[in-house]
Design a protein around this ligand. Structure first.
Ligand code: ATP
Ligand code: MG
Length: 369
């Protein structure tokens, strides 16, 4: 699959504008992450100054009792990024818990959002449902939406490459940025979004960039492909696992190969559209399937399996070089170096925000050893 081209620069400035996005370490990355966000990240690395964040603090909102899993998943996601072609020489890898400015900005931002506004967020409601959180979720769970505003705004980015489910969160982030700039920086509340920084705002108003497929369906054919629903094809899956998972997909109706098939309700065709690059091949598969032209589900699945493996093969090769404790150590080294750089930017942002809020008493420096 060819990643979409990066969007045009939104500013005439000669320095590269920034991009921020990330993943929660609650499991490994899957094809949904790739089409929703990761492919765009890989495509944007040269044109933009990219920051990719592991939201390990947010993983505790639903897994406070599983710190070992969160740690393991943190390392795995770094490996997923490297395997997918995210390059630490060109992009900055960030570990959320080691960027104190994010936690501090979260506090300030929580004062700018009405509590009811947070609780109305549709993505939050869906998550409470699908993750079975009931009404006993921790206070920190809804707080993560405010924290995510800080993850983003700490880097003052123009773009946030995400899947569809994140758009509501980015909207909240945009509201916070506007509110901050209007309240503390004297920006006119009627200013156009793209003028906020020019008018003296600390924060630009970032935009969501949704990938080629904003919501990839899982192998169950219904739900969003998700780490937690047992319906995901992982970027680290072997060819055998890919074959088994796609092979077991329910095509939407039972039918003999010679009967007309319904392309629209068969989720395997959704994958064909997404992963088979040759459009003529997809059109032919659909045409023959619709006509019942001796083309069984097995044929369609085989074509999709081949295309997915073609996408994943180079990732598997890169991952093979990251196996074992040495690979783990390399992942941590990359995170450490990136986080040091991330702290420079986030500290600058926090200092600017504090100055605007009348809190600019003295400077400070974050170091690591
Ligand atoms: P969790 O269940 O822990 O929330 P998740 O699978 O939703 O996990 P996140 O770490 O929350 O993964 O999301 C990382 C990024 O991947 C987000 O930008 C999200 O929108 C995107 N994404 C996740 N699943 C899909 C999907 N099935 N299709 C498209 N984009 C997706
Ligand atoms: Mg999610």
């Amino acid at each position: 699959m060819t990643p979409p081209p990066p969007p045009p620069e939104s500013s005439a400035s000669s320095t590269r504008r920034r991009v921020l996005t990330g993943d929660t370490p609650t499991g490994r990355l899957h094809l949904g992450h790739w089409v929703g966000s990761v492919a765009n990240r890989v495509a944007m690395q040269d044109e933009y100054d990219c920051f990719f964040l592991i939201a390990n603090m947010h993983a505790f909102t639903t897994r406070a009792d599983k710190p070992g899993e969160i740690r393991e998943s943190t390392i795995e996601i770094v490996k997923d990024w490297l395997s997918a072609g995210v390059d630490p020489e060109r992009s900055t890898f960030v570990l959320q818990t080691e960027v104190p400015a994010i936690a501090e900005l979260s506090w300030f931002f929580s004062m700018l959002i009405p509590f009811n506004r947070v609780m109305r967020n549709p993505t939050l409601k869906t998550e409470i449902d699908t993750k079975g959180l009931g009404d006993t979720y921790p206070f920190g769970f809804p707080m993560y939406t405010v924290g995510q505003c800080a993850d983003i705004l700490a880097f003052r980015p123009d773009w946030v490459p995400v899947g569809e489910d994140q758009v509501a969160h980015i909207e909240l982030c945009r509201e916070v940025a506007r509110k901050f700039d209007v309240t503390y920086c004297g920006v006119n509340s009627k200013a156009e979004d793209e003028d906020f920084e020019k008018e003296g705002g600390v924060f630009p108003i970032p935009r969501a960039l949704v990938g080629k497929v904003g919501r990839l369906v899982g192998t169950d054919g219904t739900n969003k492909m998700s780490k937690s629903l047992n319906n995901a094809i992982f970027l680290s899956d072997t060819p055998k696992q890919v074959k088994k998972k796609i092979g077991q997909m329910y095509p939407g109706q039972s039918r003999e190969p010679t009967e007309p098939g319904n392309v629209e309700i068969n989720p395997v065709f959704g994958y064909a559209d997404t992963f088979i690059e040759d459009e003529a091949q997809v059109a032919e598969l659909k045409d023959r399937y619709r006509k019942g032209d001796n083309l069984g589900d097995g044929h369609v699945k085989a074509a999709v399996i081949e295309a997915v493996n073609e996408l994943l093969d180079p990732m598997r090769e890169r991952r093979a070089a990251l196996e074992g404790p040495e690979g783990d150590a390399k992942a941590v080294e990359i995170l450490k170096a990136g986080t040091a750089r991330a702290n420079e930017v986030a500290e600058e942002t926090l200092a600017m925000a504090k100055e605007a809020m009348g809190l600019g008493f003295w400077g400070r420096r974050i170091t690591s050893d």
